[in-house]
Write a protein that binds this ligand. Structure first.
Ligand SMILES: [Zn+2]
Ligand SMILES: [Zn+2]
Length: 208
């Protein structure tokens, strides 16, 4: 494995663009940036002739950095969400099957007790102005610490042998829902009493 970075190598211009894409800078985004950097180094960026697929086990802030930096996006079908609630990502390259799983080390993402305590108060709209300012400060410090930390303190990086690369996104036909009439991908249509329904009409009809 190539030499690991001691801190983020993302330049300030790109950093500004990532923050604009996500909407704010936060510890979660910082973790995503560091994971994306591992992907870029170990597997490479997505491009039309070198397709990279990302499997993300979280749907939190960090995924935006993954999308922005690696080029794996929901719209292209090469970003797949596994709802495991873990700060972990797998990146795979179709050309040679190279695959790497990047998972947050236990403790890498922990907040200090003060930060935790303030967080629960401030998040519910409570806390004094002073406490809110302190919370902001702790959050910014933590983001900075994540961006500066040695990579191996944040993530375990594991090369996967014989990983199965998911099939490429297929184009499916659409059919009109018998309830609302909206065109729905045929693989999502469900039958109820002989009627082909979209997921929302199916749910509404079957919960009556
Ligand atoms: Zn965020
Ligand atoms: Zn419908």
């Amino acid at each position: 494995m190539a030499e690991q970075r001691s801190g983020t190598g993302v330049n300030p211009t790109t950093m500004t663009e990532i923050v604009r894409f996500h909407g704010h800078m936060c510890p979660g985004l910082a973790m995503g940036i560091r994971a994306a950097e591992v992907a870029l180094r170990e597997v490479g960026p997505h491009s039309s002739d070198e397709e990279v697929v990302a499997l993300t086990e979280t749907d939190m802030c960090g995924v935006d950095a993954i999308q922005y930096l690696t080029g794996c996006t929901f719209g292209k079908g090469n970003l797949i969400h596994l709802d495991y609630g873990k700060n972990a990502y797998t990146f795979m390259r179709r050309s040679d099957g190279r695959a790497v799983r990047v998972s947050a080390r236990p403790g890498a993402f922990d907040r200090s007790p003060e930060h935790d305590e303030l967080s629960s108060r401030v998040r519910n709209g409570g806390g004094t102005e002073e406490e809110q300012a302190r919370y902001k400060e702790l959050r910014a410090n933590r983001t900075e610490a994540i961006l500066r930390a040695p990579e191996e303190e944040l993530y375990a990086i594991e090369e996967l042998e014989d990983a199965e690369v998911p099939p490429t996104a297929r184009i499916h036909d659409s059919v009109a829902c018998a309830g609302c009439g909206e065109l729905t991908m045929e693989t999502r249509v469900r039958k109820l009493e002989g009627r082909a329904l979209c997921p929302s009409c199916f749910e509404a009809a079957s919960s009556r």
